[in-house]
Ligand binder design. Structure first.
Ligand code: ADP
Length: 266
């Protein structure tokens, strides 16, 4: 009887402990949720004034081209850069706040990843040519996947844009898309390879952290938000995939994403 009583006592006390702990956590969880909502609302509200400033600067620039001093013209160019940077930051904050609160849902569809890669390559080729960087695309003729096409595009965009930003002129950027078999499952492999500045081993785990940037001074000059890879990681995890990084300082980096293609062999 004594043993039974002590078991009952133990069960009851652990249940009570669990109940008390979850009650104590409630206000903390509520405050986290409020904070996420606040970030999402603030980012959303900032988008309109930013686009007003952006278009006003464009009007100012085009209408007063002759009347402006060199100094004022340069000021407008700098302001436009800052506004572009802030618009990117606000967009990234909104995405992450929505992802955190579970509002952001994947919209999966069946699409051809090869077509999407060619589209992206066309956009990037002009950008990379401007920076004297070579671009290579290695994709099969066709590769059907079931995923959120917009998010996959965003993911590749982030990785390609980074590859370009952190690779000096004359460097090479490669996008490889392929399908691998793992047991009975197929998985898609997306790799973005660059011959850029590379990332030191001790920094590699941290670059996926929000707002983490390796070299603050250089990063500020290059432009960016420090949120791109955090979003990339969210997109990969939401698809139940994984992302890996291989990098050597001064040699380059390869970001490899594995996604379940959701196509089973018969
Ligand atoms: P950012 O907007 O700064 O590019 P990210 O979250 O996309 O933010 O990347 C975080 C940091 O990781 C960057 O600031 C940069 O220091 C480093 N990084 C990302 N991609 C590369 C790359 N391909 N080569 C070298 N460093 C990179």
């Amino acid at each position: 009887i004594l043993a039974l009583l002590s078991i009952v006592f133990l069960v009851l006390s652990s249940l009570l402990g669990y109940y008390m702990a979850s009650r104590a956590m409630e206000p903390i969880m509520r405050s986290f949720a409020r904070q996420r909502e606040f970030v999402a609302d603030a980012s959303h509200e900032l988008r309109t004034p930013l686009s007003v400033i952006q278009s006003s600067l464009e009007v100012l620039e085009s209408e007063n081209r002759e009347g402006l001093s060199d100094f004022s013209r340069q000021l407008i160019v700098d302001l436009k850069d800052e506004v572009r940077m802030m618009t990117g930051l606000v967009g990234h904050l909104l995405t992450l706040a929505r992802a955190d609160s579970g509002v952001l849902q994947l919209r999966k569809e069946t699409f051809d990843l090869a077509i999407l890669s060619h589209q992206l390559a066309r956009t990037f080729q002009t950008l990379l040519a401007k920076q004297a960087q070579l671009f290579e695309l290695e994709v099969p003729d066709t590769l059907t996947v079931y995923a959120d096409a917009e998010r996959i595009k965003q993911l590749l965009y982030i990785l390609l844009e980074n590859a370009s930003k952190y690779t000096p002129a004359g460097g090479r950027i490669t996008l490889e898309v392929s399908e691998e078999r793992k047991g009975k499952e197929h998985r898609v492999r997306l790799a973005v390879r660059d011959t850029g500045i590379g990332i030191a081993p001790e920094q590699q785990a941290r670059i996926f952290d929000r707002f983490y940037r390796v070299d603050k001074v250089r990063s500020r000059r290059i432009g960016g938000t420090g949120l791109g890879l955090a979003i990339a990681e969210w997109i990969v995890q939401a698809h139940e995939g994984s992302i890996e990084l291989e990098s050597e300082l001064g040699k380059g980096s390869t970001f490899t994403v594995f996604l379940p293609s959701n196509r089973k062999t018969g």
